[in-house]
Write a protein that binds this ligand. Structure first.
Ligand code: 3PG
Ligand code: MG
Length: 402
């Protein structure tokens, strides 16, 4: 995939044109209120720029995973409202994404105005990447901009098909996300370290295999570290682990060694008898976990060691928590290391890029996210990129140029 071929919307002539922007408006909503507007905020510069340049902007997105047609619970109406508040100007909302009401709303759009269309997934054609559905969307615009990196791992009509039907461009958030990932994986300042955490090795095997080719050091934390400890013959008591993946863990260790990639595992752990809030806990070396206890976080010695590793590196890629951070006090390891990473970033000593699912929630809880060099808005798409996979939404933008 030749990423140099991605064409930016920044220099295209958009004046008076109908520009379809595939955004990712899939944000958390509770009782009709957006509870985390990060993804919307990150779209604003691109949207404002189009408006200033006189585009007539048609914003399309999915929201949630509706099973069977329209579902009021998964309407984009409250999100469109919030987007309007953030843009500081009214945003028209149409309760469908194709059909006569959409046609007239788009027709009525004046340069600099926005319309948000209803959840694309209310139509089966979206997820099926149905050519007819894609053609109906294409009829709404003169140009297509994909600014939804976080949905680019889906080969849907709005992320894939549409790119082949109109002059297709990458939006600024899409480009920024890709640049951040390339800066870490392809042209990093060395040495580089990847921190991969989370509950299970099984979900991260392709990432670990891909990353050990790319980075100088690999910190493994979270429940998945337990399987690695197990592969070293360490008794981990009642800790969460995947014993059938001990062989895979050994393979990863061997491959890392062959590549000269140093693997860092926890040397001490916060343990408890069970995983619940307020439970009695203790710190022990990982070599001394009692048989009736479980590992729920990394201990202070591990944090000190991992901090040292960060200090020796210039670039950090972070995906996944080091412990069961949702329940106190088992987030402390993640929070402390996140704050160290934030401090090193502030001091100009480390470039820090993080993303994927729980990661951003953990970094936010640590109060560290704002200091990171780059926080991705993507979950699944970020993970698939780390696996070295081609994202259909990005590939379509590139192929549309050839
Ligand atoms: C996300 O939140 O990860 C994206 O919006 C993609 O959503 P999806 O996993 O439902 O396709
Ligand atoms: Mg997802």
């Amino acid at each position: 995939m030749d990423l140099e071929k991605l064409r930016s919307i920044a220099k295209a002539d958009v004046k008076g044109k109908r520009v379809i922007v595939r955004a990712d408006l899939n944000v958390p909503v509770k009782d009709g209120v957006v509870t985390d507007a990060t993804r919307l905020e990150r779209l604003l510069p691109g949207l404002r720029d189009l408006a200033v340049r006189g585009a007539r902007v048609v914003v399309i997105s999915h929201f949630g995973r509706p099973k069977d047609g329209p579902d009021p619970e998964m309407s984009l109406a409250p999100v469109a409202k919030k987007l309007g508040d953030l843009l500081g100007k009214p945003v028209k909302f149409v309760p469908d994404c194709i059909g006569p009401a959409v046609d007239s709303a788009v027709e009525a759009l004046r340069p600099g105005e926005f319309v948000v269309l209803e959840n694309l997934r209310f139509h089966k054609g979206e997820e099926k990447n149905d050519p007819e559905f894609a053609a109906r969307l294409a009829a709404l615009g003169d140009l297509f901009v994909n600014d939804a990196f976080s949905a680019a791992h889906r080969a849907h009509a709005s992320t894939e098909g549409l790119a082949h039907l109109l002059p297709a461009y990458a939006g600024p958030l899409m480009l920024e996300e890709i640049d951040a990932l390339r800066a870490v994986l392809d042209q990093p300042e060395r040495p580089t370290v990847a921190l991969v955490g989370g509950a299970k090795v099984s979900s991260k095997i392709p990432i670990l295999k891909h990353l050990l080719d790319k980075v100088d050091k690999l910190i493994i934390g979270g429940g998945m570290a337990n399987t690695f400890l197990l592969s070293h013959g360490v008794d981990i008591g009642k800790s969460l682990a995947e014993p059938d993946l001990v062989g895979t863990a050994r393979e990863i260790m061997t491959a890392a060694k062959a590549r000269g990639c140093a693997v860092v595992l926890p040397i001490d752990a916060v343990i408890a008898r069970e995983f619940r809030s307020g439970v009695a806990h203790a710190v022990v070396p990982t070599l001394a976990v009692p048989s009736n206890a479980m590992i729920l976080d990394v201990g202070p010695k591990s944090i000190a060691h991992m901090t040292q590793v960060l200090k020796e590196c210039r670039t950090l890629l972070w995906n996944g928590p080091l412990g069961a951070f949702e329940i106190a006090p088992f987030g402390e390891g993640t929070f402390k290391l996140a704050r160290e990473a934030a401090r090193l970033t502030r001091e100009g000593k480390l470039t820090t890029v993080a993303g994927g699912g729980d990661t951003v929630a953990a970094l936010n809880a640590a109060g560290a996210a704002a200091d990171f060099t780059y926080i991705s808005t993507a979950g699944g798409a970020f993970l698939e990129w780390l696996e070295g996979r081609e994202l259909p939404g990005v590939a379509a933008l590139i192929r549309a140029q050839s």
